[in-house]
Design a protein around this ligand. Structure first.
Ligand code: FAD
Ligand code: SF4
Length: 486
């Protein structure tokens, strides 16, 4: 244990400052400033090295948190990154983007603010990159087996890195022009700069992973061809079918899915030009949906110079403290203020859209909505609460229904589960032998940490299947595991 009295001596939880709002909304750079190292180490020293570390159970990756908290506190950064990489291929992604269920499960969180686990994580990996401690780890010998990974989001990348290191020859197929999945074209620069992703992709390339970009599997090459060409296939194609808004006027000019809006903004942020970009400048913007995707639309619209930004959420506003229904150590629904919310705009809760209003040319002019309460038969409207909000741009961020499976089903005959995700067994294999599935494609819309955990787990099973022996790769989670319900 680091400092037996650390949590008594350092009672405050301290995180790095966010850059001032008026400054940061003028650029696309990451929001957080660097934390002074001594302060971070004192924070790591608050960890109590619990006999039963609930942070472990909160983390889908089973990260060895007390171990690297201790090493960070001591300043043994070389050992700290080894322990961190032992369970997580990409701590620089989770250290920036994870909602940190480990922290809401932290034992210290029962009567003090939790240990700043995520910040220790991101500092450890950033120090490792800066000190040259993240070298490529190519395999010592090749197995002679080949694997195609379809989709280059965190699930595909984790599976590919594990399988390449195990000696298999891995090609990652991606329909976009560059790899990264939602890390590249969904999540904005201000949450994670793309140089962070590119740095890791360079390591993967140096290890031998091959990337085949701009190939839409099912169209440019069929799933059957891929299955015939490779010894195993991993489906890591995400859950990209977006939920729509079934109201009058939806087809109006100016109503867009978030994922039709964010990718172009991300391209422009890194200096590319995009024809016909959907842009928020000088517009009243309404974002429907209050999750991560909605917050990313809010932050992007502010940086583009929107006149006003309002976000709508059908659920009531959660409280600031844990409700009885979400006791420690589960992940609670509480009122959270992401950096994007801090930058302005209004958040409306318990409201539902009835109609998109348009002018004669079909352009959107506003949304008609009403307040709702939960009744016995679902949400019921509150009489007399109807109103119209002006809007020239409406962004739909209401979640995703599952993967785009048409060609998978017709060409390969994979079975789907009752939620339209690709069905898989405990060994991550789909109904087609040798075809595995990881991440949102099998799990449904989820989190980066889950995608990495599943990519690693699927790689374990692919390796065992290819070699006919127990795999030497770690097996972090079963598809049915749900550590503390995130
Ligand atoms: C806007 C947004 C913000 C988010 N923010 C966060 C956050 O802050 N923290 C967090 O934990 N989670 C966040 N999430 C969720 C998280 O990004 C996903 O859970 C995660 O990326 C899923 O990883 P994946 O590898 O399964 O799929 P994805 O990242 O979706 O990658 C799938 C890839 O497969 C490719 N593909 C699909 N079909 C084919 C095909 N036929 N041929 C070739 N390639 C194909 C796609 O182009 C895509 O690149 C966010 C999601 C969105 C939409
Ligand atoms: S639960 Fe919190 S205090 Fe306990 S070991 Fe994990 S991070 Fe440290």
């Amino acid at each position: 244990m680091a400092d037996p009295q650390g949590f008594l001596k350092t009672r405050e939880r301290e995180l790095p400052a966010r850059r001032p709002v008026p400054v940061r909304i003028k650029d696309w750079r990451e929001v957080y400033e660097e934390q002074e190292l001594g302060q971070l180490q004192r924070q790591a020293g608050r960890c109590m090295d619990c006999g039963i570390p609930f942070c472990h159970s909160g983390c889908p990756l089973g990260n060895l948190i007390p171990e690297w908290n201790d090493l960070a506190w001591r300043g043994d950064w070389r050992q700290a990154i080894e322990r961190l990489h032992a369970t997580n291929n990409f701590p620089e992604f989770t250290g920036r983007l994870c909602p940190a269920p480990c922290e809401t499960a932290c034992v210290l969180g029962i009567n003090q603010p939790a240990v700043t686990i995520k910040q220790v994580e991101v500092t450890t990996i950033e120090k490792a990159f800066a000190d040259g401690g993240v070298a490529p780890k190519p395999p010592e010998r090749l197995s002679g087996k080949t694997v195609a990974v379809v989709g280059s989001g965190p699930a595909g990348l984790a599976a590919a890195q594990q399988l390449t290191r195990a000696g298999h020859t891995v090609a990652v197929y991606e329909r976009a022009d560059r790899p990264g999945g939602l890390l590249r074209y969904g999540i904005p620069e201000f949450k994670m700069e793309k140089s962070v992703l590119d740095r890791r992709l360079q390591q993967m390339q140096a290890e031998g992973t091959r990337f085949r970009n701009s190939v839409d599997v099912g169209v440019d090459v069929t799933w059957e061809q891929l299955r015939a060409r490779y010894d195993a296939v991993v489906i890591a194609m995400g859950a990209t079918v977006a939920r729509d808004l079934p109201v009058d006027g939806r087809e109006g000019d100016g109503v867009h899915q978030a994922m039709d809006y964010l990718p172009a903004a991300n391209r422009v942020a890194i200096g590319e030009s995009v024809d016909g970009q959907i842009h928020a400048q000088d517009k009243d913007v309404i974002v429907i949906g209050g999750g991560d995707t909605g917050a990313d639309c809010i932050g992007t619209a502010h940086r583009q110079g929107a006149r006003s930004v309002t976000s709508l959420e059908i659920m009531p506003q959660p409280g600031e403290e844990r409700a009885d229904a979400h006791p420690w150590p589960t992940y609670p629904m509480i009122y959270r203020v992401a950096s994007a919310h801090e930058e302005g705009g209004e958040r409306l809760y318990a409201v539902s859209t009835q109609e998109v209003q348009r002018d004669e040319s079909g352009a959107v002019t506003g949304l008609r909505l009403h307040e709702v309460v939960r009744g016995e038969s679902g949400f019921e409207s509150v009489e007399g609460s109807e109103r119209v909000l002006p809007a020239q741009l409406v962004l739909l961020a209401m979640g995703f229904l599952g993967p785009q499976t048409e060609s998978l089903v017709t060409q390969l005959g994979v079975e789907l589960d009752e939620r339209s995700n690709v069905k898989r067994g405990q060994d991550y294999m789909s109904s087609v032998p040798g075809v595995f599935v990881a991440g949102d494609a099998g799990r449904g819309q989820s989190l980066i940490v889950w995608a990495i955990a599943e990519g690693r787990a699927a790689a374990h099973h692919v390796d065992a299947w290819l070699s006919g022996e127990p795999s030497r790769l770690p097996r972090p989670v079963n598809p049915t595991d749900r550590p503390l319900m995130v």
